[in-house]
Design a protein around this ligand. Structure first.
Ligand code: NAD
Length: 437
């Protein structure tokens, strides 16, 4: 099957490479010429484990190509996926659909023969209707169907998620799209991944409902962690105690500094806005969004408290800046708000991240960047783990105690046991755990 993937970012590139790996003939298009030049030369513009090899193998096999020429790619394709960004719109927080609609106008003029146009981008309910309207207005004689196929992959585990999804959701109002998308995903449901067909609006909403629910689950355990700290309970045992109940499930119950990333913050906000517009406000999601927003600066206050109430002219060393491990994505990372709050309180901030420093430097030019955990910890007054990269899971506390000015560890991901840290003379502060665990 000939597929054009419009947008070669985290989702488009991973999806395109995986679909090529299934045996389809895929052209990934991007309007950023630097990205396409890099990809053609075998350089992957993002960090995603395993992606370099997957791309190289499929390019070599002649199933995966990269282009800036949307029209040529679309003309050849029987399925066109739209995987462009849908960031929060400045000013009102609605999803900014200008990239989706811009791509739709370009696609309209380029379609040849019956074409299934699929929104893979996360788009609010009704976007498929507008894409359909644009395609028809721009090219009244074109033969096409518009479907919705939201993507559920997680950065850092994107290839495994795409290839072994819990489910594939396809929303369509035109039955002609069904056999086409069934064929696209046939290799997956042979492996028993359920292919769930719905109408288009339902499919669009499923994506937001999923992200809203997951964001709520994280925020629930984060607030529970705050209560644990006040009453002397242990949030990890609470999470285990409730997570063993199958109705609740153990995933997404890790207390931390609040959710970030390129999806949850903007998707919860867009969902809130959609619901308000339709006079069906989602108060649980509104609260989730507000609670999470406040949490990030609260994490800085935790660091300040651990430092005795002031960080003025003190050096705070941060480990991990990306919103989660195994990605270089800095969009809406909690570190951004934490750094700002620490700087507002007069701290000198140093940081190290295994993959995120290039993006972080652009967003936070005023902090110092180091070459590793021990480099940033030298002469620091506190060390803060913000992102739980594997590289931070076996730190040498004897060495850290020797080189730091003050042995204080604030572990915002609960990756250590208190006993292992305080034994080296450290003050240890974590999230939602009593002073003994
Ligand atoms: P991204 O910013 O990494 O990539 C988008 C790409 O689209 C960019 O490279 C941009 O240059 C390109 N683009 C924009 N307009 C174009 C056009 N007209 N023609 C060709 N290329 C164009 O974004 P992303 O993280 O891949 O997210 C894409 C969509 O997928 C969003 O709606 C997002 O919410 C959704 N999503 C993201 C994830 C994730 O983990 N990143 C997961 C699930 C869903």
């Amino acid at each position: 099957m000939k597929i054009a993937m419009i947008g070669s970012g985290y989702v488009g590139l991973v999806s395109g490479a995986c679909l090529a790996d299934f045996g389809h003939d895929v052209i990934c298009v991007d309007k950023d010429p630097e990205k396409i030049v890099a990809l053609r030369a075998g350089r992957i513009p993002i960090y995603e484990p395993g992606l370099d090899e997957l791309v190289a193998n499929n390019m070599r096999a002649g199933r995966l190509a990269f282009s800036t020429d949307l029209a040529a790619a679309v003309a050849e394709a029987s399925v066109v996926f739209i995987a462009v960004g849908t960031p929060a719109r400045r000013g009102d927080g609605h999803a900014d659909l200008s990239y989706v609609y811009g791509a739709s106008r370009e696609i309209a003029r380029a379609m040849r023969g019956f074409t299934v146009v699929v929104t893979k981008s996360t788009v609010p309910v009704g976007t498929g209707d507008e894409v359909e309207r644009i395609l028809r207005a721009e090219n009244p004689t074109a033969d096409f169907a518009v479907a919705s196929n939201p993507e559920f992959l997680r950065e850092g585990a994107a290839i495994a998620d795409f290839k072994r999804p819990d489910r594939i959701v396809v929303g369509l109002d035109d039955e002609r799209a069904r056999p086409v998308l069934s064929e696209v995903y046939r290799p997956l449901y042979l492996n028993a991944a359920p292919l769930l067909f719905t109408d288009r609006r339902t499919s669009e909403l499923i994506k937001y409902a999923a992200n809203g629910f997951l964001a709520m689950k994280i925020t629930f355990i984060n607030e529970m962690a705050d209560l644990c700290e006040k009453v002397g309970a242990d949030v990890q045992q609470v999470a285990r105690g409730i997570g063993l109940d199958n109705r609740i499930g153990s995933k997404f119950l890790h207390a931390g500094p609040g959710f970030g990333g390129s999806c949850f913050p903007k998707d919860t906000l867009a969902l809130i806005k959609t619901a308000q517009d339709h006079e069906a406000p989602l108060r649980l999601i509104e609260t989730t969004h507000a609670v999470n927003d406040q949490r990030k600066r609260a994490m800085a206050r935790k660091v300040i408290a651990a430092c005795g109430g002031s960080v003025r002219d003190k050096t705070v060393a941060l480990l991990g800046l990306t919103f989660k491990p195994n990605t270089d994505d800095m969009r809406e990372a909690p570190s951004l708000a934490i750094v700002q709050a620490l700087q507002d309180a007069g701290a000198i901030v140093r940081a190290y991240d295994p993959q995120g420093m290039a993006a972080a430097r652009e967003m936070m030019p005023s902090i110092e960047y180091g070459s590793g955990p021990y480099d940033v910890a030298r002469d620091a007054d506190a060390l803060v783990i913000i992102t739980e990269w594997d590289a931070f899971r076996a730190l040498d506390f004897q060495e850290l105690a020797r080189i730091m000015r003050a042995p204080i560890l604030v572990d915002l991901r609960n990756i250590y046991r208190r006993a292992d840290v305080v034994g080296h003379g450290f003050t240890y502060v974590s999230i939602g755990r009593s002073s003994v665990s």
